[in-house]
Design a binder for this molecule. Structure first.
Ligand code: DHB
Ligand code: FE
Length: 281
């Protein structure tokens, strides 16, 4: 059966992508130093596929047609034109077989994902790939994209996201073959790009979240969406996507790497890497 080896929570700020594209020299050095160490660990895992939980920012979906949850089921996903052209990164290779296995497992389990057989992916998905893999000619893993609406109210609760993750974890465990799979939750950390609180950053909340996502995820699922918006900002509420990632992992996990930098753009950038191999570690 497939093995869910690792989970990563990571910001998807476009400026973080720019910082992580280069060799770490110049002004990006300070962010590079905090975020690049996880790359070697991920490379050594030799993952086949990464399930990426991300939000589309009205790039492929519009506010007129925005599924609460959607899953890509294609052999490839083009970087989306976000209004100023697509990010200059490789096309994302899919794993349609794994997508359909997840679809066939998770929908009957009560999670009504929309199925997208064509899907362009924006910075919410591709910036984390840059953070983890740099600027290769081709991404070293295939990807299953799972989109979560965190941009138009009402958004799914943290508990619902965690429960979806658990269903994904069960589905991966029943996927035949021996693939080595990782799961990435993107977004956050605290930020607000609009209104009177634009620029809101809450380092105390972010640090609590970075630690609890590993050891006490139930403390995070108990928070309401209003709590997330109040504490982390209207866009910081993207953090619920990390709970999908965490829900997919087991109880016996360990933190491999944790990094935090304020600010990148107007946002707190965070990264956590979690080993899910339990006692076989
Ligand atoms: C920024 C953060 C985001 O989460 C995003 O989707 C776009 C921009 C920012 O901080 O610039
Ligand atoms: Fe975002």
């Amino acid at each position: 059966m497939a093995e869910l080896i690792a989970g990563v929570g990571v910001s998807h700020i476009p400026a973080l992508g720019v910082a992580m594209e280069g060799d770490g020299s110049g002004p990006a050095a300070v962010v590079h130093e905090k975020f690049a160490p996880v790359r070697q660990w991920v490379r050594d895992l030799e993952l086949d596929t990464v399930i990426v939980i991300y939000n589309d920012h009205a790039s492929a979906f519009s506010l007129e047609l925005l599924p609460t949850f959607a899953i890509g089921a294609a052999e490839s996903y083009a970087p989306a034109d976000e209004g100023y052209g697509a990010r200059d990164v490789p096309v994302v290779r899919g794993d349609a077989n794994l997508s359909w296995h997840l679809i066939d497992s998770v929908i009957p389990a009560g999670f009504d994902l929309a199925v997208a057989q064509k899907l362009d992916v924006d910075h919410g998905l591709t910036v984390p790939l840059t953070v983890l893999f740099g600027s290769p000619d081709e991404w070293p893993v295939t990807v299953v994209p799972i989109e979560v609406n965190v941009v138009q109210q009402p958004t799914p609760s943290a508990q619902r996201c965690f429960d979806l993750g658990r269903a994904i974890g069960r589905a991966v465990a029943s996927y035949p073959g021996g693939s080595r799979i990782g799961i990435v939750g993107t977004g956050g950390m605290s930020h607000q790009l609009q209104g009177r609180r634009a620029g809101h950053i809450n380092t105390v909340f972010d640090q609590m979240f970075l630690s609890a996502i590993v050891d006490k995820p139930q403390a995070l699922t108990e928070l309401t969406n209003t709590d997330y918006i109040r504490e982390a900002g209207s866009e910081g509420a993207e953090l619920v996507m990390w709970l999908v990632m965490r829900g997919a992992l087991g109880d016996d996990v360990s933190c491999v790497h944790s990094g935090y930098h304020v600010p990148v753009s107007n946002t707190a950038a965070g990264l956590v890497a979690i080993d899910n191999r339990g006692s076989s570690r």
